[in-house]
Design a protein around this ligand. Structure first.
Ligand SMILES: Cc1ncc(COP(=O)(O)O)c(C=O)c1O
Length: 395
């Protein structure tokens, strides 16, 4: 009686497609949909440092108490150093508030609610962007887009982005993806980030970084350069950070919301309001995943973990290079070099919606209709099938 009028909601654009993949009975189907790192066996495995950390903390992880509303201070200290770099973190943490969140998504949502109450109700995301950005920000305000990608030139388009930013009202909260842009794989250079920072300051736009792939692009330090630049330049900003990908802790839901403030007094006030948002959302975060991250980053395993991240990045880049090489052989006269500079797990392949539909229906190769592929879904066994499928629909 109460639920009679509830309409069916649309399936999630990414998880919904993964469900369709799971239901497909074809043996040679390929999943290039969801942003999960897969090894050569196409498994999302526990990193060996994560496995060792789990064992090490088994004994000490015995407390059943709540964590504080904004989580474990020791964990936040470690992730702060990782993102901002030890020197900048040491010099700036007096003005950077940090709250442990339930993955990167809840950092985005908590930050959005905070902004909507205290900064402004207008949000802007890149066109295109990860579909969940729009869904999250629509919960708390009005969402606009700024240009980001040139379809014609198949690359990031700085001048289009800057004009887009200049058209936004002051105090608009602008979502910026730190590195490994989802879905295009195209990132601004350091000089371009400096221009973006300058424009954001001049137009009084509020930067809200989403850092979900630190270490998957050029490296741990390189992938955090834009956040560090904005912080050094004294811009106030928010950062939603995810440990899902670089620690392969997808199911543990480990993330952080950072708020870079101008001074310690503002940090204190901002933090007090963010805590109120968290308290009415999930009250306080889960402990286990954060303890794993803290154990790895705070001890001798840190070096091994960095090597594991390097290995994940290396496999992604190898698969991307192989894909480009094999596509060029299969599709004579077509050039796929535009895929080579892409960073992180995603690449945007120039495909029309009907071509994506054919890939799914005829070849069992699953990807969202934007043409985004998860390069980590490729391995030495399925890459030829994918190249054949792509070659056929692009003919
Ligand atoms: C760009 C981007 N931001 C945030 C997230 C969310 O990460 P989490 O799983 O930690 O919520 C993802 C996950 O796919 C993502 O691609």
């Amino acid at each position: 009686m109460f639920y009679e009028e509830v309409p069916e909601g649309p399936p999630d654009p990414i998880f919904g497609l993964s469900d369709a993949f799971n239901a497909d009975v074809r043996v040679n189907k390929v999943n290039l949909v969801i942003g999960i790192y897969k090894n050569e066996r196409l498994e999302s495995e526990l990193l060996s440092t994560v496995r060792a950390a789990k064992q090490a903390i088994l004994e000490e992880d015995g407390a059943a108490d709540y964590l504080p509303i904004d989580g474990s201070k020791a964990f936040l200290e470690q992730v702060g150093g990782l993102l901002f770099g030890e020197a900048l973190w040491g010099a700036s943490k007096g003005r950077i508030y940090a709250a442990q969140t339930v993955g990167g998504t809840s950092a985005l949502r908590i930050g959005a609610e905070f902004c909507s109450a205290f900064v402004g109700k207008k949000f802007a995301v890149s066109n295109p962007t990860w579909p969940n950005h729009r869904q999250v920000f629509e919960k708390t305000g009005v969402v606009e887009t700024y240009s980001y990608y040139s379809q014609r030139e198949r690359r990031f388009d700085l001048s289009a982005m800057l004009s887009g930013l200049k058209a936004l009202e002051p105090k608009t909260v602008v979502l910026l993806q730190g590195a490994c842009h989802n879905p295009t794989g195209c990132d601004p250079t350091a000089d371009e980030w400096a221009e973006i920072a300058k424009t954001m300051r001049e137009r009084q736009l509020m930067p809200f970084f989403d850092v979900a792939y630190q270490g998957f692009g050029r490296g741990i330090e390189e992938d955090a350069a834009q956040v560090r630049h904005f912080t050094k330049e004294g811009l106030e900003c928010l950062v939603a950070y995810s440990c899902s990908k670089n620690f392969s802790l997808y199911c543990q839901r480990v993330g952080v919301l950072f708020a870079v403030a101008p001074d310690a007094a503002v940090k204190q006030r901002v933090g007090s309001q963010i805590k109120r948002v968290i308290r009415t959302s999930y009250s306080n975060p889960p402990a286990h995943g954060a303890r794993i991250v803290q154990h790895i980053l705070g001890g001798p395993m840190r070096r091994d973990w960095r090597r594991e991240v390097d290995a994940m990045r290396g496999r992604i880049s190898e698969m991307r290079n192989e894909l480009v090489r094999k596509l060029a052989l299969r599709c004579r006269g077509k050039n796929f070099d535009y895929l080579l500079p892409h960073q992180g797990m995603f690449s945007f392949i120039d495909l029309e919606k009907r071509q994506v539909a054919r890939l799914i229906e005829e070849f069992g190769i699953y990807l969202p209709d934007s043409g985004r592929i998860n390069v980590a879904g490729l391995n030495s066994k399925n890459i030829d099938d994918v190249v054949e499928g792509l070659g056929s629909v692009l003919e």
